[in-house]
Write a protein that binds this ligand. Structure first.
Ligand code: GRF
Length: 225
């Protein structure tokens, strides 16, 4: 049975599109039960409609407090039988209420090598610091922002003339590979969490994808990703 996921996003949704594409190609063993945004103008909602996926708009200002909003969100997720949540540029912090009312895996992607440069501007902050290597990280979500156990990271060089936009343009294609891969491992039941450490259980039939010379990905991607 495919893993039933919900994607939560506030923006363009290029990561959501990567999930839609990988599922269509038969590479990712998941189904997208719904795509939800907190912003009416988020292009990710249009992507959902184009892919005939249920699109939900949940505006925080329609709720008296964060807890009420998060309870409404969990009701949507639970009613749809969602088994895991994929945060893809969802620009809201989840409350403790959310973790209680939806006690299932929640994953996030961040455009920097965590634990460095958490927050809303990971790539920009890494550049401003002067790092020579940056990348992206997929992790389990805990209440503290960008702090849960790491599942996979991809690293690439920062070039001398990079601005945040150019760096993000090189990070994004990596995100589109490592994030669906992380969810595939989750769907296969191969992620084992021990404290902060996430172990990937080996699978005898899996072949590794061809590594690329310009980036380092750990654990390595498997065929199709
Ligand atoms: C990505 O860079 C992700 O790392 C961050 O938000 C961005 C979302 O991009 N959390 P998109 O909307 O998926 O294009």
């Amino acid at each position: 049975m495919p893993l039933r996921i919900a994607i939560l996003a506030s923006g363009s949704g290029s990561n959501a599109q990567a999930f839609i594409d990988k599922i269509r190609q038969g590479i990712l063993d998941a189904e997208i039960a719904l795509i939800l945004s907190d912003r009416a103008d988020a292009y990710v909602l249009e992507r959902a409609r184009q892919a005939s996926i249920a699109a939900h708009l949940l505006k925080p200002k329609d709720y008296p407090c964060r807890e009420d909003h998060d309870l409404a969100l969990c009701a949507i997720l639970n009613d749809a039988g969602v088994e895991a949540v994929v945060l893809a540029g969802y620009m809201r912090l989840l409350s403790a209420t959310m973790f209680r009312a939806f006690p299932k895996p929640i994953l996030n992607i961040h455009p920097a090598l965590l634990p460095s440069f958490p927050g809303a501007h990971g790539a920009r902050d890494a550049l401003a610091y002067g790092v020579k290597i940056s990348g992206c990280s997929v992790h389990f979500v805990e209440e503290k922002m960008d702090a849960g156990p790491l599942i996979i990271q991809a690293a690439l060089p920062v070039l001398p003339d990079d601005d945040a936009q150019c760096l993000l343009e090189r990070i994004h294609p990596l995100e589109h590979r490592i994030y669906p891969q992380a969810v595939q491992w989750l769907a296969q039941g191969r992620l084992e969490c021990r404290g902060r450490k996430v172990r990937l259980k080996p699978s005898p039939n899996m072949r590794l994808a061809q590594p690329r010379p310009d980036c380092l990905i750990e654990p390595p991607l498997e065929d199709g990703f």
